[in-house]
Design a protein around this ligand. Structure first.
Ligand code: MGD
Ligand code: MGD
Ligand code: SF4
Ligand code: MO
Length: 727
């Protein structure tokens, strides 16, 4: 270390594991990152992405100044004031002329990884009053929100496996050794799985690919993709018919267990075996093991969500946790309690969870959790008629690559909009269409708090890190960008950004029934810090910002604790085991029993050194095995005449793409796999490294019509495809 180098703590924002890092900083440049051994949660763990923090932070392709489209149609650098003036001139006028629905909002994944993205989008949506709201949840976990909404009355009440104490983990469609976990925040997920094995616990993995996670398991079941809901239904039915179901103390909080038994009657193991390509004896054995384990947790992720029966599968995951008495007990699956959550209230019936309160204009897709399916975004722009989206505000999202049929969306963004704003550090496949691009500073210059992930963490804890490096001249903090955006689209343009925070603080105090004067007691150097301070004070542990600042490596709030019935917000005040919308969707699952499986289906995969579409521009994370290849089983390759390394042509409903063939027996036969987030070959972007190794956009295979009907989530896995050698 040179004499002017120093270190600073920074929670890693690059995936859901939220590891504490120690950054090495020379002047204002991050020159290194290592795991923070004193971090109370991650205890020194780091992965290759975290280790590349410096490279990602200093990427020369990151935009430094706003871009504004000139009369010549070209984007040029502009002052912040010019950028916001333009937004204030255009958006309110469009709303006034065509109604609030004329402005659509798209929120992408990194919003859950920034303070700004957690604190301000609700205010933006309130200011715009639009129902054209799309987020990447409908490419991801919306099925889980819907099942939690229906079961527990709160779409955000998502139980997480008690990873460190469970005796038995049944993991479905998740590969935490590459993803580092999702809806289960657990730094060093791999180490925690190894510890489970070491203490004598069992790990079962259900995945059509023999993933790194599957290789760690006691049992790997290479299920046929898309069939998990059938398998899970058979597991639940087996527990019920073999009298192995024992919800324990939960029983008094349950409603509908008899109806559940009737509803699942048609799914015995031998009826689902063919569709799942898993023999009935294995299914029965898994059910019995689950029931026999002292404690167990069932956990499903992407492979169980982004499929045709995603909501049913997500629901059945918790049905299994409930029937085995593992929901809400240590070692099972519990509801975390984060430091900024609402303080627990006395148990009481709630408002419940409603679906389909409105529908999308073109295809009539029902809303879920106030959102419309992002797969329907393009048609809402390019289909003429009243209520069409004419302007779009995109915050931290790249739907041209991450959502189905990027070509159609690309064209809709190019030709169908009067005005578009992107809040994004890069000029990429989506933001290149914006009229105004507002670039946030790199992570080293931003403070960090995990509003979202602390409520999915396997251990209750809280950590806050301030910006490690001062804001560079000419930069604007992302929270200020968001606050100014709220002002620009509302009638408050001209007010200082702090007005937005004051408004939020006032509303929060009113909602909590606290005196308005409490606002003056809040500490913090910025609006977001004061808001964090308030949420901590009103939260279940009565903490404060001051306490967090005094504990730079975090405060341990203890292991997860039972929260039923306080957490329940259903109308009955109980867990509603067989909610009506689920019951109404079961006939569709019953019909799937008779479906003839497609000969070849596509599934996705993730790579440790990637993250969705935006980390392909850092040299140290590219190359090696992090490439966009079509993985195919040797038998299928031989049958289809494909040679390792040769270009394959893949076709489906949305179109065709080409990718190099990678022959491997880690995918089961009848299944091919492509990663997502690739396809960096469009003109007009500024991501030089990514463009040099563009890969193909897997989502071009989809036409955007295939959705899980209850959640509006796009079907991204188990897609029928045809594969041929490229001519
Ligand atoms: N390195 C890296 N980490 C990431 C990300 C990333 O892109 N790269 N993305 C982050 C995000 S946004 C998320 S949501 C999480 C996701 O976290 P995970 O859900 O753990 O992600 P995946 O690695 O995609 O694992 C999904 C697994 O499901 C399997 N699968 C596919 N179809 C089926 C099926 O029908 N049934 C079953 N049983 N399995 C199936 C796939 O083979 C794959 O192994 O990861 C996060 N972390
Ligand atoms: N086929 C297939 N498609 C998938 C998936 C799959 O498994 N298979 N996974 C889906 C999932 S789980 C998800 S979550 C989505 C992700 O979909 P998106 O959220 O659209 O995709 P990302 O690639 O994460 O793009 C994030 C954008 O945010 C920008 N960004 C990065 N950091 C910041 C920041 O600090 N502030 C701001 N304002 N912007 C930032 C990036 O430059 C990029 O433009 O992809 C989905 N798409
Ligand atoms: S596991 Fe996730 S949070 Fe931890 S260092 Fe890697 S990218 Fe960052
Ligand atoms: Mo995601």
């Amino acid at each position: 270390m040179s004499h002017d180098s120093r270190t600073a703590p920074r929670i890693c924002p690059l995936c859901e594991a939220t590891c504490g890092l120690t950054l090495t900083i020379e002047g204002t440049v991050v020159t290194g990152a290592r795991g923070d051994r004193d971090d109370i949660f991650s205890r020194g763990f780091i992965c290759p992405k975290g280790a590349s923090f410096g490279g990602l932070d200093a990427d020369p392709d990151r935009l430094r100044f706003p871009l504004v489209r000139g009369d010549d149609g070209e984007l040029r650098e502009a002052a912040w004031s010019e950028a916001f003036d333009l937004i204030a001139a255009r958006i309110p006028a469009l709303t006034k002329a065509h109604g609030p629905g004329a402005v659509g909002v798209v929120l992408g994944n990194p919003n859950v990884h920034t303070m700004a993205g957690s604190l301000y989008p609700p205010l933006l949506l309130a200011a715009l009053r639009t129902r054209n709201v799309f987020t990447t949840s409908t490419l991801d976990q919306m099925p889980k929100h819907v099942s939690s909404g229906l079961l527990f009355g709160d779409a955000h009440a998502i139980p997480v496996p008690d990873l460190d104490r469970t005796d038995h983990l049944l993991l479905i469609g998740a590969n935490p050794l590459e993803s580092n976990g999702s809806l289960c925040t657990a730094p060093d997920f791999p180490g925690r799985l190894k510890a489970l094995r070491k203490r004598g616990g069992t790990l079962t993995v259900i995945d059509p690919r023999r993933t790194r996670t599957a290789r760690l398991a006691d049992r790997h079941v290479a299920i046929r993709p898309g069939a998990d809901a059938l398998l899970l239904a058979a597991l639940a039915r087996t527990l019920l018919t073999e009298k192995l179901a024992d919800p324990g103390p939960l029983a008094e909080h349950l409603e509908g267990i008899d109806e559940l038994a009737t509803a699942l009657a048609d799914f015995p193991p031998d009826a689902v075996a063919a569709a799942c390509d898993v023999d009935a004896a294995t299914i029965t054995a898994i059910a019995r093991e689950l029931a026999a384990a002292p404690t167990a947790a069932v956990y499903g992720r992407i492979g169980s969500c982004t499929v045709e029966h995603g909501t049913l599968a997500s629901w059945l995951v918790d049905v299994l946790n409930i029937l085995t008495g593992n929901l809400d007990r240590p070692g099972g699956a519990l509801f975390p309690l984060s430091a900024t959550a609402r303080a627990p209230r006395p148990a009481a019936p709630g408002k419940g969870f409603a679906l389909g309160r409105w529908s999308s204009r073109v295809s009539g897709h029902p809303e879920a959790k106030g959102e419309l399916p992002i797969a329907a975004l393009a048609e809402e722009i390019d289909t003429p008629g009243e209520g069409r989206i004419r302007a779009l505000v995109v915050v931290a999202a790249n739907p041209v690559l991450s959502a189905p049929d990027g070509d159609r969306l690309d064209a809709a963004l190019a030709d169908g909009l009067d005005f578009m704003v992107s809040v994004d550090p890069y000029l990429n496949e989506t933001s290149r269409h914006a009229d105004v691009v507002l670039p946030p500073p790199p992570p080293s210059q931003s403070a960090h708090f995990d509003f979202a992930f602390n409520s999915f963490a396997v251990h209750n804890q809280v950590r806050y890190t301030r910006a490690a490096v001062p804001l560079e001249d000419g930069r604007m903090d992302e929270s200020e960008i968001h606050a100014r955006l709220v002002l620009a689209v509302s009638g408050m343009y001209g007010a200082p950004p702090s007005a937005v925070d004051d408004l939020a603080i006032g509303t929060a105090l009113t909602r909590a029934g606290a005196p308005k004067e409490q606002a003056t007691e809040l500490t913090g150097d910025s609006g977001p810090e004061r808001r964090l301070d308030l949420m901590l004070r009103l939260g279940p542990y009565g903490l404060s910002l001051e306490q967090l600042l005094a504990h730079p490596h975090g405060i341990d709030l203890g292991p997860l604790k039972p929260r039923v019935p306080e957490v329940l917000r259903t109308r009955s005040g109980r867990i509603e085991l067989l909610p009506e919308p689920i019951a109404a969707d079961l006939p569709r699952l019953r019909r799937a029993l008779g479906d003839r499986p497609a000969p070849l289906v596509l599934v996705g995969r993730r790579h440790l050194r990637s993250n969705n579409s935006w980390m392909h521009n850092v040299g140290s994370l590219t190359g090696g095995s992090n490439v966009c290849t079509l993985q195919i089983h040797p038998d299928d390759a031989a049958r289809l005449g494909l040679v390792d390394g040769a270009t394959a042509r893949i076709e489906s409903s949305g179109g065709g793409i080409e990718a190099p063939t990678e022959i491997t027996d880690t995918v089961r036969s009848g299944v091919v796999s492509l990663p997502h987030g690739w396809g960096h070959s469009r003109p007009g972007t500024r991501m030089a490294v990514a463009a040099a190794q563009p890969g193909a956009n897997v989502n071009q295979l989809l036409d955007g019509t295939l959705l899980d009907p209850l959640s509006g989530t796009a079907v991204l896995n188990a897609i029928p495809v045809s594969v041929t050698p490229a001519p």
